[in-house]
Design a protein around this ligand. Structure first.
Ligand code: SF4
Ligand code: MG
Length: 312
C-alpha cells in the first residue's frame, strides 16, 4: 500500500540539499491467494526493490506491507520470525545465490535448520524436495558448480520450497537461463504452484516471459505502476502507451496478427532525475503539453483495469 523507497543520493562536492533517488514511488497492489502476479519493466524501474521490500530485505521509506491482513511493515526480525517462512524468494542468478562451498543437500537443508525442522526428518525432506524439482538423491552430495544453470535454479526453487511457504517472490528466475531451459523452469514453477497451492509474485523485464505464467500483470516505469490488469486484457487491449510499446516488441507466432511496432524515443531516464509530469512523456509517442506538467494518477478505468495516463 503506497510503498515508497527513496535512496539518498550521494552529495556533490558542495553538499547542498539532500536529494533522493525515488526507486519505488507510491506503488500499491494486491497479490491474491493462489495467483501469479507478474511485475514487468525495464531494469531500474523498481520491480526488484519492490520485491525486496515485500520480502522484508529492505525497509520501505513509506507505505505498508500487509500479509494475510496483518501489517508487517514495522515488525522486527524477531517479531517476524514465525511468519517469515511463509514467503520465500527465488533469485535471478542461481549461482550467485547458492553457497559454492556447500553441498546441494546442505543448501536445501539450511532453511529447515533455521526454522527448527526436526533433525531426524530433515534428510527425508531434502530428498523429497530434490525429487519435487526434478533432481534426485544423487545430486544431494554435489556442489553447485557441478550443475547446469537450469539445475541450479531447480536447487534454488527446492530451497525456497523447503519450509512450505505460501508466497514465492521470483525475481527474474529465468533471465539468466538459455531460452530452451526457460520454459522448463516456467513449467516447473507452474506445476509446483498447483501441487503446493503457492502464490507467486513473478518479476521479469519483458512481457513474453510472464505471459504464460501470470494471472494478472503490472507494468512498472520509473518507480511507478503504469498499468495493472488481468493477463487477457493486458495482452489483447493494452491501454498505456508504455505497455503498448513493450508488447509491440514481443514476437507473436501469427504474423497476420502483427501489432504495429511502437518504437520509443531515447533511453529510460535516470530515476535520480525523473522527467516532470508523466515520467514517460520524454519517450511517449502520444505525449501532449499537459503530459509534461501534470502527473497522471493510477485510475481504475474498467473493473480491475488500472491505468495512469491522461489519455484515459
Ligand atoms: Fe503518454 Fe501523456 Fe499518457 Fe504519459 S500521460 S503515457 S506522456 S499520453
Ligand atoms: Mg532487478
Amino acid at each position: 500500500k503506497n510503498l515508497k523507497k527513496y535512496f539518498p543520493k550521494k552529495k556533490g562536492l558542495l553538499g547542498g540539499n539532500k536529494s533522493y533517488v525515488k526507486a519505488v514511488d507510491d506503488v500499491s497492489f494486491t497479490i491474491r491467494k493462489g495467483e501469479t502476479l507478474g511485475l514487468v519493466g525495464e531494469s531500474g524501474c523498481g520491480k526488484s526493490t519492490t520485491g525486496r521490500m515485500l520480502m522484508k530485505l529492505l525497509d520501505p521509506t513509506e507505505g505498508q506491507i500487509l500479509f494475510e491482513g496483518q501489517d508487517i511493515t514495522g515488525l522486527s526480525d524477531n517479531q517476524i520470525r514465525t511468519i517469515r517462512k511463509e514467503f520465500q524468494m527465488v533469485f535471478q542468478d542461481p549461482y550467485a545465490s547458492l553457497n559454492p562451498r556447500m553441498k546441494v543437500g546442505e543448501i536445501i537443508e539450511e532453511p529447515l535448520i533455521v526454522h527448527g525442522y526436526p533433525k531426524e526428518k530433515r534428510q527425508e525432506r531434502v530428498l523429497h524436495l530434490l525429487e519435487v524439482v526434478g533432481l534426485s538423491a544423487y545430486h544431494a552430495d554435489r556442489y553447485p558448480h557441478e550443475f547446469s544453470g537450469g539445475q541450479r535454479q531447480r536447487v534454488g526453487i527446492a530451497r525456497a520450497l523447503a519450509v512450505n511457504p505460501k508466497l514465492i517472490i521470483a525475481d527474474e528466475p529465468v533471465s539468466a537461463l538459455d531460452v530452451s531451459i526457460q520454459s522448463q523452469i516456467l513449467n516447473l514453477l507452474k506445476d509446483l504452484q498447483e501441487e503446493f497451492e503457492l502464490t507467486y509474485l513473478f518479476i521479469a523485464h519483458d512481457l513474453s516471459v510472464v505471459e504464460h505464467i501470470s494471472d494478472r500483470v503490472g507494468v512498472m516505469y520509473l518507480g511507478k505502476i503504469v498499468e495493472l490488469t488481468d493477463k487477457e486484457t493486458l495482452y489483447k487491449e493494452p491501454l498505456h502507451p508504455y505497455t503498448k510499446a513493450l508488447l509491440s516488441a514481443v514476437p507473436i507466432p501469427n504474423p497476420r496478427l502483427k501489432r504495429e511496432r511502437i518504437l520509443l524515443k531515447g533511453d529510460i531516464p535516470s530515476p535520480s532525475n525523473p522527467p516532470s509530469g508523466c515520467t514517460f512523456h520524454t519517450r511517449c509517442p502520444f505525449a501532449t503539453e499537459e503530459c509534461s506538467k501534470k502527473v497522471p494518477k493510477l485510475k481504475e478505468i474498467a473493473k480491475g483495469h488500472f491505468v495512469s495516463c491522461h489519455l484515459y
